[in-house]
Design a binder for this molecule. Structure first.
Ligand SMILES: [Cu+2]
Length: 253
């Protein structure tokens, strides 16, 4: 029985290592980054993943080895380390030190992204999350929100490429999560507050948007798209939407 358990632990390690090797070829990781700060976030993500992988293999491997060793010696009594202050201090210190190092490593990237959050100018679009949809409200011709010419698009956020885009996130009911994996941008959307976030996409294309907070029974439906287009295409789209919004529902002369 113990041999079997030890083998199962060993198989778990093998499965994890195998998944690391084949994951890139099968698209199991996040999609390629199209965001200006995506590279920095990926570096942190990879570092943390490697640290965790080493810790995982070490822990499970040690456990497997101990279980396997238990199948051979039956005369030796188990060693109880409870109350061993030096040992407990050591693993607390090592783990704490590791977590502190990771936290400090992330500080510069976090600061760089947060510092530019407020300085990015006024929001291009207001993101309105609700059970269970995404709406994107653009300010219209006058460039001001909450005026008669604002227009909304459901589930599809259209933004220009190579420009800093500031978004303002609001919830109309519960907590939602605005997550665009290709942009490496994830921000909770809280009822009662208007939070801003920013990104700059450097590759035109269509990218997935998902809600990362389990916000209710229709949570799975909160899947949208972020469409990154050229400045000219964005202006043309914006102009067409404004025109349609003005004339929609009105009788033609
Ligand atoms: Cu949601």
């Amino acid at each position: 029985m113990r041999t079997l358990i030890a083998l199962l632990f060993g198989a778990l390690i093998a499965a994890v290592l195998w998944s690391f090797v084949v994951a890139p070829g099968r698209g199991w990781w996040m999609p390629a980054s199209v965001s200006t700060y995506g590279g920095d976030i990926d570096k942190l993500f990879n570092t943390i993943t490697v640290v965790l992988a080493v810790a995982f293999v070490g822990t499970i491997g040690g456990l497997a080895w101990l279980v396997w060793r238990g199948t051979r010696t039956t005369t030796v009594r188990a060693l109880h380390t409870h109350g061993n202050a030096r040992l407990e201090g050591a693993w607390t210190f090592v783990t704490g030190g590791l977590l502190l190092t990771l936290a400090l490593m992330q500080l510069s990237v976090w600061r760089a992204i947060q510092a530019e959050r407020g300085s990015g100018g006024k929001p291009l679009v207001r993101v309105l999350a609700a059970q269970f949809d995404w709406r994107f409200r653009y300010p219209g011709v006058d460039g001001m929100f909450d005026t008669a010419d604002d227009f909304e698009t459901p589930y599809r956020l259209v933004v220009p490429v190579d420009e800093r885009v500031v978004i303002e996130l609001r919830s109309r009911d519960v907590i939602h999560g605005f997550f665009v994996p290709a942009l490496r941008l994830k921000q909770d959307v809280l009822p009662g507050s208007a939070l801003t976030a920013w990104f700059e996409a450097h590759t035109p294309g269509e990218y997935d948007l998902i809600c990362t907070q389990l916000c209710g029974s229709g949570h799975y439906r909160m899947a949208g798209k972020v469409q990154v287009v050229s400045r000219a295409d964005f202006d043309a789209w914006n102009e067409r939407m404004q025109r349609e919004w003005r004339t929609n529902g009105q009788e033609r002369p």
